[in-house]
Design a binder for this molecule. Structure first.
Ligand SMILES: Cc1cc2nc3c(=O)[nH]c(=O)nc-3n(C[C@H](O)[C@H](O)[C@H](O)COP(=O)(O)O)c2cc1C
Length: 299
């Protein structure tokens, strides 16, 4: 089965677009069309890649250098081989083995941060294969550096792939942390929304408020039109929120004041916690929501 098939459009421009969870479709775990590919010099990334493989039931491929990195080679306090490679924009260390990527739609790509970037062997890997139409979910391990621009840099080598936002882990990240991260992409949130009995397609956020909402469903919320741009109704209780000032778009579903659900057919700027987005056109949203009152059912 094609994984993450409909997430964000593949970019055909030189600099690929990065899409976040909001654009991604859920996928089935245990699908053989996912590959965890990783490079690891001191086994931190290896451990996390193996956690990912176990969690997903996927295949795994280690990017093994033809010329192994010795301790000296990666002694970053010296003018070591790793440093020289990282400083050389044309360095492409050779890879010992190849993999047949054809069967894979999704690549979970792991690597350590070396001097703020992905090791050059990752560039060799990206340039060795055609990633067109594939989805790449990058992660890194590092002492403290964030994932930063490392994945954006790599993505320039595979502009026709869809790149999801990268994630940095510490070397002692647990299996549970890796699993929770993957679940954002690979586990379907089955919560449904009906507007006056019509089920509407929703992309839910992956946050504590959506989880809390999921925990108190089913809910029938009697909502009323307000301000000519939204339907708002009481949840009947407060749930966890993380309000930030946002300008909403038509279709956005947000939590207001921890205890009210708002569905937008227009836009407003206020402090909300985003819950999701109704994936309908603006005119469909108006037809559904621009009326004195509606029942929002969360099932
Ligand atoms: C050559 C080299 C350069 C490194 N540069 C950075 C860095 O810029 N920032 C950082 O936080 N950690 C840096 N580290 C630490 C590694 O990113 C970290 O230990 C990582 O988990 C190693 O992964 P691995 O065991 O899979 O090789 C560097 C390590 C090495 C060997």
């Amino acid at each position: 089965m094609l994984l993450l098939a409909s997430c964000g459009a593949s970019s055909s421009s030189a600099i690929p677009s990065f899409s976040s969870r909001a654009d991604a479709s859920p996928v089935d775990p245990g699908d053989s069309s996912t590959l965890v590919a990783y490079f690891s010099a001191t086994k931190n990334t290896k451990k996390l890649a193996e956690y990912a493989q176990e969690h997903l039931g996927s295949d795994i491929f280690e990017i093994v250098p033809k010329e192994a990195y010795t301790e000296e080679d990666i002694n970053y306090r010296t003018d070591c081989r790793a440093k020289r490679e990282q400083d050389d924009s044309s360095a492409r260390p050779e890879i010992a083995y190849t993999v047949d990527l054809k069967q894979y739609d999704t690549i979970v790509l792991g690597y350590p941060i070396w001097f703020g970037d992905a090791p050059k062997i990752l560039y060799t890997f990206m340039e060795s294969y055609d990633f067109s139409g594939k989805t790449i979910l990058p992660f890194c391990t590092s002492g403290s550096s964030p994932v930063g621009s490392s994945a954006e840099n790599l993505a320039k080598s595979a502009p026709n792939a869809t790149w999801l936002d990268g994630k940095r882990f510490g070397s002692n990240a647990t299996k549970e942390e890796v699993g929770n991260w993957l679940d954002q992409y690979f586990k379907e949130n089955t919560m449904k929304l009906k507007v006056n009995e019509r089920e509407v397609p929703v992309t839910w956020e992956n946050n504590a408020s959506v989880e809390a909402l999921s925990g108190i469903k089913p809910l029938n919320i009697e909502a009323e039109r307000y301000g000519g741009f939204e339907q708002v109704g009481p949840l009947g209780q407060s749930i966890i929120s993380n309000d930030v000032q946002i300008t909403t778009s038509p279709g956005d579903i947000v939590l207001y004041a921890s205890n009210q659900i708002v569905a937008f057919f227009g836009s407003n700027t206020w402090r909300y916690t985003k819950l999701g987005h109704i994936d309908l056109s603006q005119s469909e949203l108006r037809d559904l929501l621009d009326k004195p009152s509606v029942t929002l059912s969360i099932l």
